[in-house]
Design a protein around this ligand. Structure first.
Ligand SMILES: [Zn+2]
Ligand SMILES: [Zn+2]
Length: 106
């Protein structure tokens, strides 16, 4: 993955984070351009990306439970696809999803 550009020649650069180097905020780091060989400095900003979604279940609506894909199947849970809340499957759901039927090896 290419991270940034050399300020001298414009070539894409991979910032070298070996041993955790270059992650401190408010610090100036340096690296040699792999293309033109000049030393440039960089600072790091940690960017948080948030992905929001409506969750009607947290606003008075019902959870939308879906079966998790767990192996063995009998340990599957029901997880709300909107808020992530989990609960044990009901008896009816255990039957519906065949959670207690063991796969028999011939
Ligand atoms: Zn360069
Ligand atoms: Zn929910």
């Amino acid at each position: 993955m290419k991270d940034t550009y050399c300020p001298y020649c414009g070539e894409l650069q991979d910032i070298n984070h070996d041993d955790g180097y270059g992650y401190g905020e408010d610090e100036i780091f340096n690296q040699e351009c792999s293309n033109c060989g000049k030393i440039f400095t960089f600072t790091t900003s940690v960017l948080f990306i948030y992905d929001t979604a409506k969750a009607s279940c947290l606003n008075g609506g019902k959870h939308k439970f879906e079966l998790t894909h767990t192996y063995p199947k009998k340990y599957s849970k029901m997880r709300c696809e909107m808020c992530g809340e989990e609960r044990q499957p009901t008896t009816e759901e255990r039957i519906k999803y065949k959670l207690d039927e063991e796969v028999q090896n011939a």
